[in-house]
Design a protein around this ligand. Sequence first.
Ligand code: IMP
Ligand code: MG
Length: 185
Amino acid sequence: MGVNSAEDFQSKIKRVIITEQQIKEAIEKVGKQISDSYDGRPFLLVSILKGSFVFLADLCRAITVPCEIGFMRAKSYFSGTVSSGNVEITMDLDRDISKYHVIIVEDIIDTGRTLKYVAELLKSRNPLSFKIITLLDKPSRRTIDLKADISLFTIPDYFVIGYGLDCAEYYRNLPYIAEYNERGE
Ligand code: IMP
Ligand code: MG
């Protein structure tokens, strides 16, 4: 898919499903909750690239206690718009997590396969504690047993774009979450 002009770009945005303001309010609430729970404890926010970079940037600024940030890149192989379950870690954390309370920061849990793989890997490294926070959750699509500890928005089975989430690498820069118009009507 090539998106070569503003017109192409706009034509695939079907409708906004979560506004900038709704995202902002939800993140403020969760930022407070995390600040209260983790105050005085060494904790690491682990962002799973690329999709969670926008969420992480806003979430960490809603946290008012000391925290550290790490990045990992997990590449899920797709057939169409569905992940195949084959996951590869193409960038790993640069530190030992056994002295940290770890919070994985994810953009969306769909089938759950990508996160399951990353979660098992990180748990095997014995962090002090382990939690998952996701911006979006599509529980109706889950094929394996995985639950986020904190989920900001539960959405139906739409393919969504924006606020870090892409379709073929485009649309990560939208400030809101929108439904993707597969047919470009
Ligand atoms: P899962 O392994 O099926 O849970 O898929 C996880 C990854 O697929 C997410 O981290 C996203 O990168 C991508 N993904 C799943 N659903 C969507 C969507 O609706 N829009 C954009 N990316 C998605
Ligand atoms: Mg992702």
